[in-house]
Ligand binder design. Structure first.
Ligand code: ZN
Length: 245
């Protein structure tokens, strides 16, 4: 009992979760592709991520899934925030994990709150599906709110124009929309938005999802844009998914 106080002081050194590495090996398809050092950084990020955050988990979610779900959320957030000065996304104070009662799969309020639907979080972490990673999407919104990334460079602005043109002509054949059917992209748009409203912020989040699920599509179609994303996320995702040559 006396030790518990001093242990609290040294809380940062203590692991919040047990066996993060093992859990991520089986619950995060991207994780085994990363180097030992990158994996170590992700595990560290997961341990620190929930300090100062309040997590509200829907009572419908089974207890045995809960720890895995929390680790998976933090680990995918680490991909987005690990290279920038986000301090483990310390601006995010509230994380709501819902069952299936959201109108959308998730949303992000400025820099403080993220709401996520549990099922796609797990599903899109356990398998890599082109253009789909809800956790990456919502934390990309947070990163964008923090740093004003969307539309901040000539390449991102140019790519956004292409994206709008593609939506207009309903061709999904170039970078951001090649993966996600139009209907699914609309699902990610805030409920307040018009159905066809695709602001640069949404483009940035969708593009980030593609970067972590099929980076080669961006690299092949638009190498300059790929390099910008490597600059933002600090990860050469094409090389990583190719086996790290
Ligand atoms: Zn969004």
């Amino acid at each position: 009992m006396f030790f518990s106080k001093s242990k609290n002081k040294g809380k940062k050194a203590k692991n919040r979760f047990e066996n993060i590495h093992g859990t991520l090996l089986s619950s995060m398809a991207l994780y085994p592709f990363f180097s030992n050092e990158q994996q170590r950084i992700i595990c560290h990020f997961v341990n620190e991520f929930y300090n100062g955050k309040t997590v509200l988990v829907s009572p419908d979610i089974k207890i045995e899934d809960r720890e895995t779900l929390l680790m998976v959320i933090a680990a995918n957030a680490a991909l987005v925030g690990g290279a920038q000065q986000t301090d483990y996304f310390s601006s995010v104070k509230w994380i709501h994990i819902c069952s299936d009662d959201l109108q959308v799969d998730g949303d992000a309020y400025e820099t403080s709150t993220v709401r996520l639907s549990a099922r796609p979080c797990l599903k899109e972490s356990i398998e890599i599906t082109e253009g789909q990673n809800l956790i990456v999407h919502e934390f990309a919104h947070i990163l964008d709110h923090l740093y004003g990334l969307s539309g901040s460079t000539a390449v991102l602005r140019e790519a956004y124009e292409v994206y709008l043109d593609n939506i207009k002509s309903q061709q999904g054949d170039i970078v951001p929309d090649c993966a996600t059917p139009l209907g699914e992209i609309v699902d990610h748009v805030n409920t307040h938005d018009e159905i066809m409203f695709h602001p640069p912020e949404e483009y940035f989040a969708v593009l980030s999802e593609l970067f972590f699920t099929n980076p080669a599509a961006i690299y092949n179609d638009y190498p300059k844009l790929y390099r910008e994303l490597v600059g933002i996320y600090g990860l050469h995702m094409v090389e990583i998914l190719d086996g790290g040559e």
